[in-house]
Design a protein around this ligand. Structure first.
Ligand code: ADP
Ligand code: MG
Length: 353
């Protein structure tokens, strides 16, 4: 009825092969009503809303083709399952409910993120407020931080792969799509040409080693898009986009950043740097004052997350009351319990607009 754990070894670096979830072969249709509501579609996957017959609960079923371009890709799908399993404790990652297999497909039954992609908010006329954006980014960084602590890199972070639990009120984020993710370490160095041109870091294009900093570049691109509604490196064609990325050809022009705080630009600027070693980590980012500006106070929602007390330990400390959140000096000097910053302590004095 179901197949368990006996997955073949993979020769590809960074792929996980061990899974705990039983792969059911007793028919998705007998347990779920698959609706015609298509939630999304990629090259090799289609995602549909479904309802579990026994509970009436809604889920998202991701149908993955086992053969792609004439090649058997079951190992890669098993890896995606394994990564979702290992991130089960990470509440910012979508939960995996069940797995089914048919002759040509493997179907991941996932927690349903009813609020859609944060991409819709980048492209929308009705822009999010800076406070909403920083809340979503804090949550994204929490998720990424936990993945990185586990030596996992996502490698396809983009606004289409960051979903929301609800739209109105604006819910919490869920990171999806671990198809390109990899485990770091484990002997061999990881270099791959992977990802989506607009969002990939220069080291990917240069076939240089992949590290957790590769994801941090993408976080910078996502932050830029949420704030401005524009894609910072998108060119007229792929070639132009690649060139823009590898030359870090990014504009912080007045029009796009009108009304955006200087701290936001500081945050983005520090992530979109060519040298991967110079990019702040997810934990570093979580201590950037922009993300906590106006995060609490009389007129704001209580923060869902809190800054790490110690950056490296990744512990989330209690909220630190800010004096005047607009006043950077106050934040840095009058909050002794704020973690020490190394990359963010020199807030750009120059006007960045
Ligand atoms: P692909 O590998 O094809 O990009 P994804 O896992 O990113 O597949 O899914 C494609 C799209 O389907 C996502 O961008 C999103 O719009 C939608 N989607 C994926 N998972 C869910 C989910 N759990 N809940 C709601 N929508 C989802
Ligand atoms: Mg995707």
């Amino acid at each position: 009825m179901s197949r368990k754990r006996s997955e073949s070894k993979s020769s590809q670096p960074g792929l996980l092969t061990e899974i705990q979830t039983p792969i059911r072969t007793d028919g998705l249709d007998s347990h779920y009503h698959i609706t015609s509501d298509e939630l999304g579609r990629g090259k090799f996957a289609v995602v549909k809303k479904c309802v579990e017959k026994s509970t009436g609960k809604e889920y998202a079923a991701k149908f993955l083709k086992k053969r792609r371009r004439g090649r058997d890709c079951r190992v890669e799908i098993v890896h995606e399952v394994a990564v979702l399993e290992s991130a089960r404790w990470n509440s910012r990652v979508v939960n995996l409910h069940e797995v089914f297999e048919t002759e040509h497909e493997i179907v991941l039954v996932l927690e349903y993120a009813a609020g859609g992609e944060i991409f819709d908010h980048c492209a929308s006329e009705e822009a999010l407020t800076e406070r909403q954006i920083t809340r979503l980014l804090r949550q994204t960084l929490e998720g990424v931080h936990l993945l990185h602590q586990n030596n996992l890199v996502h490698l396809d972070l983009k606004p289409q792969n960051i979903l929301l639990t609800s739209l109105s009120p604006l819910g919490d984020i869920k990171i999806v799509d671990f198809g390109l993710s990899r485990r770091l370490g484990a002997g061999s160095e990881l270099r791959e040409i992977t990802g989506t041109p607009e969002y990939v870091a220069p080291e990917i294009l240069n076939y240089e080693p992949i590290t957790t900093a590769t994801d941090m570049w993408s976080v910078g691109v996502i932050a830029y898009m949420l704030v401005t509604g524009e894609s910072p490196f998108a060119g007229n064609d792929k070639q132009e986009t690649y060139l823009n990325v590898s030359q870090v050809n990014v504009e912080y022009c007045k029009e796009a950043f009108a009304g955006v705080s200087e701290l936001a630009v500081d945050f983005i600027r520090k992530l979109l740097v060519k040298s991967a070693e110079d990019r702040p980590s997810a934990a570093d980012c979580l201590s950037h004052p922009w993300l906590w500006q106006g995060a609490w106070g009389s007129d704001s929602d209580p923060p869902l997350s809190q800054p790490p007390r110690e950056r490296s330990a990744g512990k989330w400390g209690p909220p630190i009351p800010l004096g005047n959140p607009e006043d950077k000096e106050n934040i840095l000097e009058e909050s002794p319990s704020l973690p020490k910053r190394f990359r963010f302590d020199s807030l750009a004095g120059e006007s960045v607009l």
